[in-house]
Design a protein around this ligand. Sequence first.
Ligand code: ATP
Length: 502
Amino acid sequence: NPNLMEALVSLAKRRGFIYQSSEIYGGLNGFFDYGPLGVELKRNIRDCWWRDMVHRRDDIVGIETSIIMHPKVWEASGHVAGFTDPLVDCKVSKQRYRADQLFWSPVVVDGKVAGYVSALESEKTAEDLQAAAESFKRKKALQGALAPVVAKDFTEAAETEIPLIPSPATGEPGSLTPPRAFNMMFETNVGALKDASSVAYLRPETAQGMFVDFKNVIDTTRVKLPFGIAQVGKSFRNEITPRNFIFRSREFEQMEMEYFIHEHADWAKAHEEWITWCEKWLKSIGLPESHLSRYAHPKEKLAFYSRGTVDIMFKYPFGVQELWGIAARGNYDLTQHANASGKPQEMFDEATKKKFVPHVIEPAVGTDRIFLAVLTAAYAEEDVKDEKGNVEKRTVLRFSPRIAPVKVAVLPLLKNKEQLTDRAKALYAKLKRNYAVQYDDGGAIGKRYRRQDEAGTPWCVTIDFDTIEKPGDTFTLRERDSMSQKRITEAELFALLAEQVY
Ligand code: ATP
């Protein structure tokens, strides 16, 4: 579906999954709000992660650290000096670009190359580049502002004599400033004094919280190596080009875990185990294997302390992009904090009677990126027959029951039949104690099913005349994906939910 992204954005708005932040004021680029259905979906993704990562494992504990930390944390971690993107300005369009990811791609209009646009994301294949070019073409955002040049990367583009084309807005040719380092951390001031001494940062990742609290955790719990510390929380990055809806935003949520291993442990094995765990987990919440792939960062591009990084990639509508990064970081972070704070970050090895600094494997993922992946994979448009045999379109979100925002909809066949509504309300009240459920008595039953299909509700339960007139107190259970119907008792319904919603 070439218009999948538009369809997702529009459904997300229409059904209350995602709104633009501060929309009545024109929105704020790179910030989003989650509506009533969205907040449930996001919470379910986060809760599933927490349950599987923390509650269901014996070797991982959770923490929650503050968003604003001592500024020295970010000096020691390397973020103050190095958390930068090379930035270039287009003097004509006044657009800013990440120079390291500046590619050029032809724009084809009516079968002819009409011009070129830059594809700004970290496109890793020609296919991604094409997808990015397509999305630009539709937006027409950059058309005419940038020079039509084909190069494989910015270095090559910079060396090329760029044939500048006039901007439609000004008639002036476009040109780019030389790249400069742009730090992506948001700055703020702590306390009443607003000077250099009070500068602090909104965290650009949650990971440093785990390193800085490492000693606290080992001193206050009974964790033994190997063990992990997990955290879920907001992170902030002043991205130069927030793009692709919630994929790259300036305020987002991360779910990160630092898995500490012995300095002599087989890190490659631990690394591989975590990559596999993450892939399995993504499938458990409904992402299809066909959309997932791995990207191993080339050795020469890794930070000097890094042993290896593998990204789990997802096939988004705009191309294959990073969803989850799993990095083997050695003992760089703990060592940096030990040196900067003067407080050793060590453990004692009973076998050798020596102290050592553990190494770490870090699976780091964005909740919002999972959200978008889940939405992408779940979305379907189908031709179906209504009760009278007429073909109609249905839009359905095939969410896994684990994360579906609403698990069951309770529908009395008729709104004005007290026997039906009483039974429906009783069931609804009972379900509500454990699950997110909706009660809907508005409109024809087919309409109500469609409404739930669009919200991704896996099951609808209809209380009809058979429920109240025939023995057995059964309901019609209508399944979202197959649209098949069968009769079910209350006990069977609860058993189904207990099995599928875990
Ligand atoms: P990218 O290369 O896409 O900028 P990154 O490699 O800088 O991402 P990390 O620092 O490894 O990302 O962050 C870990 C995870 O946090 C990413 O895999 C992604 O899921 C999520 N993430 C990072 N930046 C953003 C963002 N701006 N918006 C939403 N999620 C993000």
